[in-house]
Unconditional design. Structure first.
Lengths: 151, 338
């Protein structure tokens, strides 16, 4: 049987990805994580001396801390299995990627194992995150310079 | 030998088997009662997953030997393999056992490729006693082929779960009352252009079909000659495709087909398409199938172990997944039926 004919047969028989169901689950999971984040931000603004702008730092740290605990107790992968991208895209997904790699590579020691591998998955998030921030800042700077927009 | 078809004139027998499995398999596998040893700890109370993996294989071999009242010094060759890079669990097992050793890699088809090689050595009278087998360990394999264990990645319905299990068989000269190896077919690598490492069943099904067809035509058999034709770890999706391919190629029915991977966890949806790994076929073939052969429930079976010959590097570089399947025919019918 040729590859093309097989690919056709395989596609016909294999279970279809339930896209709509996955999208709804991702929306609910991602939305819920962001809602929790919003409550934490409000908590820092109300009870501590933070403004809406400065509250994001402790909020992110708290969210990563929660994600770290959930990862350690083996619960984050269950949330991800349900929520898909809804659990991967928020900052908690980033925390999960770092912590899971750190746990995994502990057996090879702290320097070559944990240190060398903990950004194995999250490294590209940092690289492309920083790079896109740079590009956006550059565009904005140029636009301000030519008087199109103001800071 | 022609086209990979081998007939073993002396019909080497399988004298004993040993199967070990991890704690999840103890709880979830439908075959758990038939395994010889089940661990409470996934690392077998050792520091790392890889150490646990080694222990699984070592214990499986020792169990097989103790059932036949043999000590490792009496064994001529050890032929084992696994999925960890450079097969370190098998290498350390061989070191601990002190048996002359050749490591074999056919991915998840190693259970059968090791048996074929063992039968060849026995048939040619080079060895009296050979231990063959293979193993896999979920945590050790998952980190190598996919993501860290605790990393949250959503798995689709075609994904399979690598089992934590090991199986070993002791092969020796023919003894008519024991299940004996009559013939085998060495598979060809089949690549249908599949690229998804989370859908290995689809990639492996054509390899299983190719070897099955080759075995039937090469040895002049029909599927009705077998009480069962059991594949290693196609999983529910791959097994469905194999049956479709069988129908398309004109085989009369697929009633006696089984798949160890699909059955392993009792079709529990948590495990998606079922089990996989080189321990999967070994554990089921050397427990359930072997016991049924010994009891006479099965008279003649065809074991087809399937393996996906990919590496994390090959699929990240965009390569397709080449697959292989090896078949071995085991019978209780005695020497006179050749």
């Amino acid at each position: 049987m040729e590859q093309e004919k097989y690919a056709h047969l395989e596609k016909e028989l294999s279970p279809k990805t339930p896209i709509l169901k996955n999208v709804i689950r991702a929306f609910l999971t991602g939305g819920l994580i962001c809602l929790i984040g919003q409550f934490i931000a409000l908590f820092y603004i109300t009870y501590f001396n933070f403004t809406e702008r400065t509250a994001s730092n402790p909020t992110v740290a708290t969210m990563i801390f929660i994600s770290m605990l959930l990862t350690g107790f083996g619960l984050y992968k269950k949330i991800s299995q349900f929520g898909g991208a809804g659990a991967a895209v928020p900052i908690t997904g980033f925390g999960n990627a770092v912590v899971s790699a750190a746990i995994e590579h502990k057996s090879e020691g702290y320097v070559l194992g944990v240190g060398g591998n903990m950004f194995k998955l999250a490294g590209s998030v940092i690289l492309f995150g920083v790079f896109s921030a740079f590009v956006v800042a550059l565009i904005k700077t140029l636009l301000v310079k030519f008087g199109v927009v103001s800071w | 030998m022609k086209n990979g078809n081998i007939i073993f004139k002396t019909m080497p027998s399988i004298h004993s088997t040993g199967v070990t499995a991890g704690p999840l398999e103890k709880k979830k596998s439908v075959f758990a009662q038939q395994f010889d040893k089940l661990y409470e700890d996934e690392r077998c109370d050792l520091p790392t997953n890889e150490d646990g993996h080694r222990q699984l294989m070592y214990d499986a071999v020792m169990i097989a030997l103790s059932k036949a009242k043999k000590s490792p010094e009496k064994i001529d060759i050890l032929l084992t393999g696994d999925l960890v890079n450079q097969m370190t669990p098998s290498n350390f097992t061989a070191q601990a056992l002190g048996i002359p050793y050749i490591g074999l890699f056919s991915a998840c088809a190693t259970s059968v490729s090791s048996m074929i090689t063992a039968a060849l050595f026995t048939d040619a009278q080079y060895a009296n006693w050979i231990v063959a087998g293979s193993s896999s360990h979920h945590n050790a394999i998952e980190r190598q082929f996919r993501y860290p264990l605790e990393y949250g990645s959503q798995k689709g319905a075609t994904a399979q779960w690598t089992v934590t299990a090991a199986g070993a068989v002791l092969i020796g000269q023919n003894k008519p009352e024991l299940p004996s190896i009559q013939c085998a077919t060495i598979g060809k690598v089949v690549d249908m252009g599949m690229t998804d490492p989370l859908n290995m069943g689809s990639a492996m099904a054509p390899a299983a079909m190719s070897t099955l067809t080759n075995h039937l035509t090469g040895h002049g058999k029909t599927i009705d000659d077998y009480d069962t034709i059991i594949t290693g770890d196609l999983g529910s999706n791959g097994f469905k495709i194999l049956k479709a391919l069988a129908n398309e190629s004109g085989l009369p029915h697929t009633k006696n087909f089984r798949d160890a991977g699909e059955e392993f966890y009792g079709k529990d949806p948590t495990f998606k398409a079922g089990a996989s790994g080189s321990g999967c076929s070994a554990a089921v073939f050397f427990s359930d199938v072997y016991q049924k052969l010994c009891k006479g429930e099965y008279r003649r079976v065809l074991l087809i172990a399937t393996g996906a010959l990919l590496s994390p590097l090959s699929y990240q570089q965009g390569d397709t997944i080449p697959c292989i399947a090896h078949a071995i025919e085991i019978t209780r019918d005695g020497v006179d039926t050749i």
